[in-house]
Design a protein around this ligand. Structure first.
Ligand SMILES: *Cc1c(COP(=O)(O)O)cnc(C)c1O
Length: 387
């Protein structure tokens, strides 16, 4: 084979830049960021090895512990939520370890896929989309499964608008297997819905900045129990970037990170936590309860069907609504975006085109939700929907 000289790459012709529109962004992540936080984020850059950055970490870390409800250090990584899923697994398990994945939708499936990709032996306990993990079913299934090292649970399944009863599920796992590591994906719940890591005896909990934290995508937060730190010492899955030991060491030695953190996002997190503490944790939870009830109530009043089958488990951060017969999901989403500047999310996986999702987490007002649901009603009728 002859080697050919590479051709020079010509200057590309690209489309002109247009201003980013202001929208009522009602997808379950990324979520709107308050102006106050955007302003904080625009501050000049600083050295991530300097005292100014350490001062931020010193404020942010205990406040994250408060939201996680844990005395364990909360580690932060530049990553999306999926990074959290991978980080959780590679730090505590070894190739061939047996884990049980409780799956109620797309993100539970993703966590199980990552476990499989890393050579774990995965037994699935699966429920239909729209259902929560039934504690009785989980309890009886766990009796038939032996020698498992961990149980993977999604707290809030963003693809279906269902929140699992993690407290009860964790109690069941603990009774069945006191040493099992309980890994909880709390990406679209932590900060918005009650989740108590230490009181509920959870082992690994992680979340992502772009869901309920009122800041842009890019920071993943993760914490591990004493039990998980013990498992970490002997766990053999390969890791470098995700290694908890080096991240913890840097945090404890100097309130810094082993690699370059997204400095500006930490300005944002610092400011957002300030706002969250001012609002109050219980008040934030209450605001989300009210939002969930409102959006579900409006959908049902329009004659629409929710994907969530049991009101006890309906999510207060995201509502999944079945697209009514005769309406195209793409058409309603397009109309809302173009005519109302309201952005909703399509369904995922096999539910794409069959439902749409309304995010109500992080930073929103009642007016944002009212406008969104008013517009859904108007535009569905324009497309011929009759309840
Ligand atoms: C959003 C989300 C994730 C990860 O998504 P990224 O796009 O990687 O941030 C994982 N789990 C749940 C429950 C989520 O909502």
């Amino acid at each position: 084979m002859t080697t050919q000289a590479q051709k020079a790459i010509p200057l590309p012709q690209v489309e002109a830049r247009v201003p980013i529109p202001r929208q009522n962004l009602r997808v379950p992540g990324p979520t709107p960021v308050p102006q106050q936080v955007l302003d904080a984020q625009a501050a000049p850059l600083i050295n991530h090895r300097g005292p100014e950055f350490s001062a931020i970490m010193k404020r942010v870390t205990p406040r994250l512990q408060y939201f996680f409800q844990t005395t364990s250090p909360v580690l932060t990584y530049p990553a999306s939520g999926t990074g959290g899923q991978e980080c959780a697994l590679v730090n505590v398990f070894s190739p061939g370890d047996h884990v049980v994945a409780i799956i109620i939708g797309n993100f539970g499936t993703r966590l199980a896929k990552i476990a499989t990709a890393f050579g774990l032996n995965v037994t699935k306990i699966e429920f239909a989309w729209g259902e929560a993990a039934d504690p009785n079913v989980v309890e009886s299934r766990l009796k038939e499964i032996s020698d498992y090292r961990g149980v993977l649970i999604t707290h809030n399944e963003t693809s279906t608008g269902v929140t699992n009863d993690v407290k009860t599920l964790a109690e069941i796992v603990r009774r069945a297997n006191p040493d099992a590591l309980i890994v909880v994906d709390a990406v679209s719940s932590l900060s918005s819905l009650p989740l108590e890591m230490d009181p509920w005896d959870l082992d690994v909990v992680f979340t992502g900045s772009q869901k309920g934290w009122m800041i842009p995508p890019g920071i993943m937060m993760i914490a591990a129990s004493e039990r998980a730190w013990e498992a970490h010492k002997t766990s053999k899955l390969p890791r470098f970037y995700w290694d908890w030991s080096s991240t913890r060491k840097n945090l404890e030695a100097s309130w810094q990170h082993p690699t370059t953190p997204p400095v500006s996002l930490f300005y944002a997190l610092d400011e957002a936590l300030e706002m969250m503490i001012a609002e109050g944790r219980e008040e934030i939870f209450a605001r989300h309860v009210k939002a969930g009830e409102y959006v579900r109530g409006r959908a049902q009043a329009m004659g629409l069907k929710l994907l969530s089958t049991d009101p006890r488990y309906a999510s207060n951060t995201v509502t999944a609504i079945r697209t009514p017969a005769g309406i195209e999901t793409k058409a309603i989403l397009k109309k809302l975006r173009e005519e109302d500047q309201i952005v909703l999310a399509d369904g995922q996986d096999h539910m794409k085109g069959k439902m749409f999702r309304v995010g109500h987490l992080g930073y929103f007002t009642q007016t944002d939700l009212e406008q969104a649901m008013d517009a859904v009603e108007t535009r569905l009728h324009e497309l011929g929907y009759q309840a």
